[in-house]
Design a protein around this ligand. Sequence first.
Ligand SMILES: CC(C)(COP(=O)(O)OP(=O)(O)OC[C@H]1O[C@@H](n2cnc3c(N)ncnc32)[C@H](O)[C@@H]1OP(=O)(O)O)[C@@H](O)C(=O)NCCC(=O)NCCS
Length: 176
Amino acid sequence: MKISIREEHPSDDKEIECVIEMAFRHAEHTDHQEHKLVAKIRETNAYQPDLTFVAVDNERIVGHIVLSKITIKNDNDHADSLALAPVSVLPVYQGRGIGSQLIQHALSKATELGHQSVIVLGHEAYYPRFGFTRASDWKIVAPFDVPDESFMAIELQPNALQHVHGTVHYSRAFNE
Ligand SMILES: CC(C)(COP(=O)(O)OP(=O)(O)OC[C@H]1O[C@@H](n2cnc3c(N)ncnc32)[C@H](O)[C@@H]1OP(=O)(O)O)[C@@H](O)C(=O)NCCC(=O)NCCS
């Protein structure tokens, strides 16, 4: 199986929606609205077309990942960052490294484009393998109640979060 990763195109939207819906159908901690979240992200200026990718097997879309703009704010300062959410792999393709390929690809593109950091709310057994550690280590907190170990961050540039602390502000797509 040869998986390739490329940016999503507008003509992929329907196929991507199905992939996301199927990926999350039996997942834990889901409201089953992730496919709608992606459509909403595309309508905001948090959307980064150059940081939204599909994994393709023989012309079939089997995975998808979105990095979108967020801000980390405190009373005195704010810093731009990116949210990794959601990432989806079709159930029959899961466990074959496609999620990892998508995440590594998205992180390395974001680094190349000069982005500073990425925040993820996800499983603490999965994301540390890509370099994510607890966001609270930098005093970065979620705008809602989450288990501390599930809210993670990664610096894309050396010491990018050294002077950053505050609350993560997601785009309105996440709040609707
Ligand atoms: C999470 C997901 C994107 C991972 O993609 P994948 O292609 O299956 O992942 P990989 O093959 O790269 O990695 C497999 C590893 O991830 C682990 N993993 C997968 N989903 C996990 C989860 N929800 N929690 C913890 N670990 C998970 C597997 O146990 C496996 O671990 P191992 O390498 O130690 O055996 C995919 O399983 C998926 O779409 N799940 C449903 C949607 C979801 O929960 N998305 C993440 C939240 S945004």
